[in-house]
Ligand binder design. Structure first.
Ligand code: PLP
Length: 400
C-alpha cells in the first residue's frame, strides 16, 4: 500500500535523471521533455549554472527566516522589477500563494477605498490554484466541487469578453480588481489577445481597479518576451508568478506596481520559507541565464519551429480544431478527448500533457534547440494522427 495520498492520476513512469531537454527513466529509457514539469524547468534539467548556484548556496546557508535582512531577496527583486516594470516583490513558494497574495492586495486596496465587500472579476475556464481562495477564483467546477462553501467576492465572466467586464463596471460598485491569465494554461491554451489586454487596462484605469495578470504559467520568457503583457505594451498593477521562476526550485512571487504599490504593509502578509537564500539563488541564476543566453529569442524561434512544423504535418486533418499559443506555450485542440495520447507519447519517448480534455499541451524548457523542436514535431505528429484515427471507436465506446 502506498502512503502517498492518492490525489494525482500518475503515469507509470518514474524519471531518474535529466540533462537539458532530456529525461531518463529508472530503466534507462530516454525521453524528450516537451512539458518541463508543467512550465517549470525553464533551464531544462541539471543546467550547470543553476546547479552551481544551488550547490554554492546550499554550502553556505539554506534558510534564516524573514526576521533578518535579506540581500538575496533584494538582488532577486531588483531583477524582477527591472524585467517587469513593477516596483515591489513579495516572495512565496507557489503559484496559488502568489495569487493568494494578489487577492489580499485587491481586498486591502478595496477596503482602503471604502469598499467593505471588495469583489474581483475572474474568468470562465481560468485556473489560479488549489487553496480555498484560489480555487474559488478558478473557473472550473471540477476544482471546486466538494470544497464548498467557496470564498466569496468573485464575479465571473467569459474569458476574452471585454463587454462582459464593461457591463459589470456599470452596475457592480464592489469590484476593485480584475484577475486574468493572459494565456489560460489549464483551461486549454486560450490566448486572451493583445486588444483584450489593452481594453482591460483601459477599463481598469477608468474605474480605478487593479489589473492583476496571473502569469504563473505563461510568464517568464515562455512567449518570447519576459511577460505576455509586454506584447501589448501595458503594465499590470499586480503580477503573480511561480512555476518557471526557479527552474524547478519551488518559488513564487507577487509583484506589484501602479495603484497596488504600497498596499501591503508590515505585518499584512508573510511566509516562513518565502524568498529564502536557496530559492533566491535559483531565481537569480534562472533570470540571468535567460538574459545571457538569449532564451527569449530562443523561445520565439523554437516555438515557431514547432508550431509551423505541426501545422505542416497536421495540415488538412479534420480532427485538428486549432493549433494555438505563443512561443513555447502551445496547444493542439482536437475534436475529441485525447488523454490517451500522453501514454502513447511516453511509449514513443516524448513527454507531453493534455489539458481541458481535448488540448495537447506543449510547454518545453526554454533551452530547447531548433533541432530538438523538430524532434518534438517528428514524434508528436504521428501520435496525433493515430489518436484521431482511433477516436471514432473511442467515442462510440463512450456512448456518444
Ligand atoms: N496560476 C496558474 C495560471 C497556473 O497555471 C497554476 C498552476 O497550474 C497556478 C496558478 C497554481 O500554481 P501552483 O500549483 O504552484 O500553486
Amino acid at each position: 500500500m502506498s502512503h502517498v495520498m492518492d490525489t494525482y492520476a500518475r503515469q507509470p513512469v518514474a524519471f531518474a535523471r535529466g540533462e537539458g531537454v532530456w529525461l531518463w527513466d529508472e530503466n534507462g529509457k530516454k525521453y524528450l521533455d516537451a512539458l518541463a514539469g508543467i512550465a517549470v524547468n525553464t533551464l531544462g534539467h541539471a543546467h550547470p549554472r543553476l546547479v552551481r548556484a544551488l550547490a554554492e548556496q546550499a554550502g553556505r546557508m539554506l534558510h534564516v527566516s524573514n526576521l533578518f535582512a535579506a540581500p538575496w531577496q533584494e538582488a532577486a527583486a531588483d531583477r524582477l522589477a527591472a524585467i517587469s516594470g513593477l516596483d515591489e516583490v513579495f516572495f512565496c513558494n507557489s503559484g496559488c500563494e502568489a495569487n493568494e497574495a494578489a487577492i489580499k492586495v485587491a481586498r486591502k486596496y478595496g477596503h482602503e477605498r471604502g469598499v467593505n465587500e471588495p469583489a474581483i472579476v475572474v474568468m470562465e475556464n481560468s485556473f489560479h490554484g488549489r487553496t480555498l481562495a484560489t480555487l474559488s477564483a478558478t473557473g472550473n467546477r471540477k476544482v471546486q466541487a466538494g470544497f464548498e462553501p467557496l470564498v466569496s467576492g468573485f464575479v465571473r465572466v467569459p474569458h476574452g469578453d471585454l463587454e462582459a467586464v464593461e457591463k459589470i463596471a456599470e452596475h457592480n460598485r464592489n469590484v476593485v480588481a480584475v484577475l486574468v491569465e493572459p494565456i489560460q494554461g489549464e483551461g486549454g491554451i486560450n490566448v486572451a489577445g493583445i486588444e483584450y489586454l489593452r481594453g482591460l487596462r483601459a477599463l481598469c484605469d477608468r474605474n480605478e481597479w487593479l489589473l492583476m495578470l496571473d502569469e504563473v504559467q505563461c510568464g517568464l520568457g515562455r512567449t518570447g518576451k519576459w511577460f505576455v503583457y509586454q506584447h501589448a505594451d501595458i503594465l499590470p498593477d499586480v503580477l503573480p508568478l511561480a512555476k518557471g521562476l526557479g527552474s524547478g526550485v519551488p518559488v513564487g512571487a507577487c509583484l506589484v506596481g501602479g495603484r497596488a504599490k504600497g498596499v501591503l504593509k508590515r505585518g499584512n502578509h508573510g511566509s516562513t520559507f518565502g524568498g529564502n537564500p536557496l530559492v533566491c539563488a535559483a531565481v537569480i541564476a534562472t533570470l540571468d541565464t535567460i538574459r545571457d543566453d538569449n532564451l527569449l529569442d530562443n523561445a520565439r524561434r523554437v516555438g515557431a519551429t514547432i508550431r509551423d512544423g505541426l501545422a505542416a504535418a497536421l495540415a488538412g486533418l479534420a480532427g485538428v480544431v486549432e493549433i494555438r499559443g505563443m512561443g513555447l506555450m502551445l496547444g493542439i485542440e482536437l475534436a475529441q478527448p485525447c488523454g490517451d495520447i500522453v501514454r502513447a507519447a511516453l511509449d514513443a519517448g516524448l513527454v507531453i500533457n493534455v489539458t481541458a480534455d481535448t488540448v495537447v499541451r506543449l510547454l518545453p524548457p526554454l533551452v530547447m534547440s531548433e533541432a530538438e523542436g523538430r524532434m518534438v514535431v517528428e514524434r508528436l505528429a504521428p501520435l496525433v494522427k493515430a489518436q484521431l484515427a482511433q477516436a471514432p471507436a473511442q467515442s462510440a465506446a463512450a456512448g456518444r
